[in-house]
Write a protein that binds this ligand. Sequence first.
Ligand code: XMP
Length: 510
Amino acid sequence: MEKILVLDFGGQYDQLIARRVRDLGVYAQIRRYNKVTTEQIEEEGYKGIIFTGGPNSVYEKDSPSFDKRIFGLKIPVLGICYGAQLMAHLCGGKVISAEDSSEYGSTRVYVKEELLFKGVKNESVCWMSHTDYISQVPAGFEILARSDKCPCAAMGDPSRKLYAVQFHPEVTHTECGRQIFSNFLFDICGCKGDWRMDDFVSSSIEKYRKELKGKKVLLALSGGVDSSVAAVLLHKAIGNDLTCVFVDHGLLRKGEAQQVEELFKNRFGLHLIRVDAKERFLKKLKGVKEPEVKRKIIGEEFVRVFEEEAKKIGDVDVLVQGTIYPDVIESGKGDSATIKSHHNVGGLPEDMSFKTVCEPLRDLFKDEVRKAGIQLGIPEKMVFRQPFPGPGLAVRILGGITKEKLDILKEADAVFTSELEAAGLEEKASQYFAVLTDSRAVGVKGDARSYGYTVALRAVTTDDFMTAKITRIPYELLERIATRICNEVKDVSCVVYDITSKPPGTIEWE
Ligand code: XMP
């Protein structure tokens, strides 16, 4: 399978780079600059390499760098922004601070006629974001583009197939970005562009069949899309050498634990162990109010439960996780700031006692995971279900968690979601759920005064979950839902609808 390496130097847009490449039918794999060697790159037979942007200055001590022998592998390289400067720096050119000539945003760039810019207008709008620039290109390179402020907006050494652009072809504001990627992939790297999701599925099955042969493998099945796809994929690769452990921590929605067991054990025939850990999690979470502490506790307890199950099975040496690419970014594993620690990445205890962790979906975006799920025969209803956070209802109960509060939330959530679905609004709302706040409100039930909890309803419409708008639910429906929740769920006397977009809000309350 032809593939491109996206070498990640900590840029904000590196997932977009992989996106653009895959959209053109070429598989792109993202790897951190310090997690791969020149030898491995050569061995793995990449058709091309893209250096991403990054927040550092190449001339500073300890800035991310790479072994310069990479330029001698005869594999085409495209450097972007920091990646462009790094190429210049490593090949003997000069990079200096742009000071007053820094450029941010839409910038007019004038390009030369060259293979990388085939089909690109001589004067083209590109997206720039840089505080340094290449003041002197290395020997063998020529300047291929300039802007009004930047003398070298692109450079190249066509004989060695080394190219660099100061601007960001991966963002849509760069009008010829797609054309530039297409030129690099097809004309410079010689790719065919015949990669499809079924290639990923079949080559992954092959790969793990070989790699995990004879090993006892344990997978943490949460019932979410990611771990479900990982489970079915690995089951196809190694059959019953895969044991799935489903931890019923009691923080799932109403009826969910039974549905997971039914689908994977009975329908797919997976070797599934359901562990009843409800009491155990409640005990650990008792009195804990701080959301990030809840996440860490849950992440840690998960692994402890797996370890115990692993010991019972004996000889387990690989732990599989359904981590996908945005989890890695959001947990600050790149150099981006930590937003919320997703329990399946950030919260893993350091003394975890599995020899290896295997993450088959680590390079995929959500929609690609879904495509893989369909390819693997997982029902659409399951594959297109709304996201549910790993720490589950624990981050939807504000303040301390008790069994009583969990029961209230499960019932209220079931009323809300079933009403929304009955009204056909689940197509419009990307994620919808109830939150149990820690405020109480006075109400009247029958003729008596009640003093119950306030439940907040949240429904958002979004493509990428990075930004979101509230879903416009008709007032009549909201009214009916509020009445039903107050009537049917014990101890609730007030229902509110959250009307905050993201940003400034986030989707979850904690
Ligand atoms: P926020 O609240 O950050 O949520 O706007 C964005 C998306 O991420 C999900 N989310 C989580 N998923 N563990 C997860 O696996 C978590 O701790 C977590 N926190 C938020 C959230 O449901 C939404 O889809």
